[in-house]
Design a binder for this molecule. Structure first.
Ligand code: MF3
Ligand code: CO
Ligand code: CO
Length: 341
């Protein structure tokens, strides 16, 4: 059984509810992939089968010992326990809270610029983590991911088929890789969260296009956020743009409200979710962070409990900004003063 190749994407003709699932699990279809397939009628028949599998799926490397943060740096509530506090906090940012939020977001953008400039073949993600860690501290902030639900490192590094939450380790980046660096800082009592996907050396056309379109998806999502409109407007335009290019949109991970808490109860799906009918209100701060896939949007989690990869091991890209909803629309906070997003 071990060596038998499993179909990782739904076939064109789907099983009946009581037949065995197409994935080879041995379970009835209705107890396995049926609801997921129904969520993505067009993706089920998408051209995923026609695309070639990646040459080499990435392997986990060794994770270095936990880095420490000097005692003078203020810590989020979960820094010791690993357990974040209540998600329900005042969602409307004004006055001093908003000013602190702006500074945290600027700092996140600054750290992302610094680590983004390190990306080249031969650099390990652990080396990137070390630089990010020092940079947060130099700015007076704490690495938000460190011990968040037990996450062991100071940023997420997600290579090729890794959707998100990749753990920095001793794997050197290879020519042709793509890598998302996801930076979050806790500064002045607020979290600022942003990420970007970078090309490592010479990257083939198909991946470059994926990265480009994913960035367009994020920017279209940001442009769609308007006061009085439902949250679902954001995912609607993102999904439509990805769909136009034959790409998938990851459903398991969403954008989120952010501020005193890393993740508040506000969820921002990147696909059209009609039940996300909450209206956007000026003063809300949240992220838009679409994960877009060459093939299926379905995912698997590695044995480390964190690393999320595409189920078909095809590549995926992501970009993220933290935004402030204003009367005119979404203002991007995770940019440097005077910089174009
Ligand atoms: N930065 C990620 C986000 O955009 C969250 C990382 S949580 C961690 O929401 F625990 F994986 F670090
Ligand atoms: Co992030
Ligand atoms: Co985020």
């Amino acid at each position: 059984m071990e060596n038998q190749p499993q179909p990782l994407v739904p076939p064109q003709r789907l099983p009946r509810p009581n037949e065995h699932c197409w994935c080879g699990s041995g379970k009835k279809y209705k107890r396995c992939h049926q609801s997921a397939d129904q969520g993505a009628p067009r993706l089920a028949a998408a051209p995923v089968t026609a695309k070639r599998p990646p040459a080499r799926p990435i392997k986990a490397g060794r994770v270095s010992p936990r880095r420490t943060v000097p005692p003078h740096i203020p810590r989020p509530e979960y820094a010791l326990s690993g357990r974040p506090g209540d998600k329900a906090v005042d969602e409307i940012m004004t006055g001093d809270r908003l000013e602190r939020m702006r500074r945290a977001c600027h700092a996140a953008a600054q750290v992302l610029r610094t680590v983004g400039a390190m990306v080249r073949p031969g650099v390990t993600t652990d080396e990137i983590d070390a630089v990010a860690h020092e940079e947060y501290i130099r700015l007076g902030g704490f690495p938000s991911t460190l011990n968040y639900h037990g996450f062991p490192k100071s940023l997420c590094t997600s290579v090729n088929e890794v959707i998100c939450h990749g753990i920095p380790d001793d794997r050197p980046l290879e020519d042709g890789d793509i890598i998302n660096l996801d930076v979050t800082i806790y500064l002045e009592g607020m979290h600022g969260d942003c990420s970007a996907t970078y090309l490592v050396g010479h990257v083939e056309e198909q991946s470059r296009r994926l990265v480009q379109v994913t960035h367009e998806c994020m920017m279209l999502g940001i442009a769609a956020a308007k006061p009085g409109r439902p949250v679902s407007d954001i995912g609607r335009v993102i999904e439509a743009h990805a769909d136009k290019h034959g790409y998938g949109v990851v459903r398991a991970y969403c954008g989120h409200g952010i501020g005193e808490r890393f993740h508040t109860s506000l969820q921002v799906p990147h696909y059209f979710e009609p039940s996300s009918h909450r209206r956007l209100v000026p003063g809300m701060t949240f992220t838009i962070e679409p994960m877009v896939t060459l093939g299926t949007w379905d995912h698997r989690i590695w044995g480390d409990g964190w690393t999320a990869v595409t189920a078909d091991l095809q590549r995926t890209a992501q970009f993220e900004h933290t935004v402030l909803l204003t009367e005119r629309g979404a203002e991007i906070l995770t940019v440097l003063p005077g910089e174009k997003p």
